[in-house]
Design a protein around this ligand. Structure first.
Ligand code: ADP
Ligand code: MN
Length: 250
């Protein structure tokens, strides 16, 4: 009896050790999921959030064999995100049989959708974090950066690194995304591209849609306009959106 109780107590302390920083925003269900994921992926520690968007938070995690992951936790969230989610999943042939019930199920679909989109990007050789695992409202992916310190976003890159080469590299990734992965990002901007070793990484693809989606072309046009606006603002010669679209099979 006493031994059993002691073991339980020790296990509880071990679970608490998993979290380098106590995070009051993690609800108990998510907390239990994180413990299960840690066992499954051999994670030794979760570190403090490196971002806190409206719908998700990202935590670095370190495995016992020294690998870093980015752990994205989706919130059970607002009416606004529920509407956004429905807009993107309705009309997507891959989700036509999904019957949406609770907000929690919605958010789990959101996480799975990002996982699947990352898998498609990875298979097509697009520069993006490799998906590792998805469980309930939590996505685990490759960490972009080093030692738990994330790479800068395009928005944060120093002026001298905002070059025509980087612009071309990003347009090449968008081309591969459309022509090979058959996906349109849908929220592409200087906030959803990371730059590491002069190489762009496309992130935040939970809302990305198949090129067959009714809004795909419109979304793609907006994505390209965002990229062109950013680089033009930094004095880089950009290619007209119409010309880029001409090379895209959409
Ligand atoms: P959202 O914008 O919905 O909050 P993102 O997927 O854009 O979610 O992630 C939020 C932030 O977390 C990003 O701006 C970036 O700074 C960081 N981040 C996202 N993915 C990774 C990753 N794979 N590796 C390292 N940092 C990441
Ligand atoms: Mn983002």
């Amino acid at each position: 009896m006493i031994d059993g109780k002691k073991r339980k107590e020790e296990k509880r302390i071990k679970d608490e050790d998993l979290f380098k920083v106590v995070d009051s925003t993690i609800d108990s269900r998510t907390y239990l999921s994180l413990i299960q994921i840690a066992r499954r992926l051999n994670i030794k520690e979760y570190y403090g959030a490196i971002s806190s968007g409206k719908e998700a938070k990202i935590y670095p995690a370190l495995t016992r064999d020294g690998k870093w992951y980015a752990v994205k936790i989706y919130y059970v969230s607002t009416a606004a995100s529920k509407r956004a989610l429905e807009k993107y999943t309705l009309g997507d042939p891959r989700f036509k049989d999904v019957k949406i019930k609770t907000t929690f199920q919605l958010i789990e679909i959101w996480a799975r959708k990002e996982y699947k989109n990352l898998a498609r990007l990875s298979e097509a050789g697009v520069s993006a974090p490799k998906p590792i695992y998805v469980f309930r409202n939590i996505l685990v992916m490759e960490f972009i950066g080093e030692e738990g310190v994330r790479a800068p976003l395009l928005k944060e890159v120093p002026e001298e690194a905002i070059t025509e080469e980087l612009y071309n590299a990003i347009i090449t990734e968008v081309e591969k995304m459309v022509n090979l992965a058959h996906l349109v990002h849908g929220d592409l901007s200087e906030y959803n591209i990371m730059v590491w070793d002069n190489r762009p990484y496309i992130i935040d693809v939970s809302q990305s849609v198949d090129i067959e989606h009714p809004n795909a072309l419109e979304l793609l046009q907006r994505d390209l306009e965002n990229i062109n606006r950013f680089f033009e603002g930094h004095g880089v010669n950009v290619e007209p959106v119409e010309d880029i679209l001409g090379r895209l099979e959409i």
